[in-house]
Design a protein around this ligand. Sequence first.
Ligand SMILES: [Zn+2]
Length: 197
Amino acid sequence: MGAWQQDASISTPCHGPKRPPTLPMNSPTSTPAKPAAATPARAAAALLARHWDGKLPVDPLRIAAALGIRVVARGGADDPDYAYSGYFDNSGGQPVIEYNRGESVVRQRFTLAHELGHYALGHASSPRDTPANFTTGVSDKAERQANRFAAELLMPAKEVRIVVQGGLFKDVAELAGAFHTSQAAMVYRLQSLGLIP
Ligand SMILES: [Zn+2]
């Protein structure tokens, strides 16, 4: 039997294309059906829609509480050896976020938002977050996503555009004050939204 006959035996009957070809469920080339991974922007918008009262500044502690996440303050005078900015642990069934209360308040807020990002984006428990993980130069994908999430959560695009385009604040310092972020974080956000060069 020639090869052409074998080919003919598995060809599609000639009834014309009525529907797109489908892959069998157990095809080795198919991947398990699951929702597309949430982007940091979408994940932050979803959390804000569900758990934000619409008041500025956004309160990441309140959002963490609404999600049932245990938040632990570390560092400071009572815990001087705590060398990290934050930490996220989801290994024991009860998600836990730590943040360093010895750092500036705007940093603490960004840390909380960043750790919420690890939670909302379904990341595995994060290694302890060093200050370097909060810089724009960090190369680890999960850390970059968590930083992006934090910016989206604390400086929601819609609200930033409204206040900037409404001329409600005279400079970055006032804007950062309203959103309770660092000026550096606000400048980066304004650039990423195309509101400043
Ligand atoms: Zn992190």
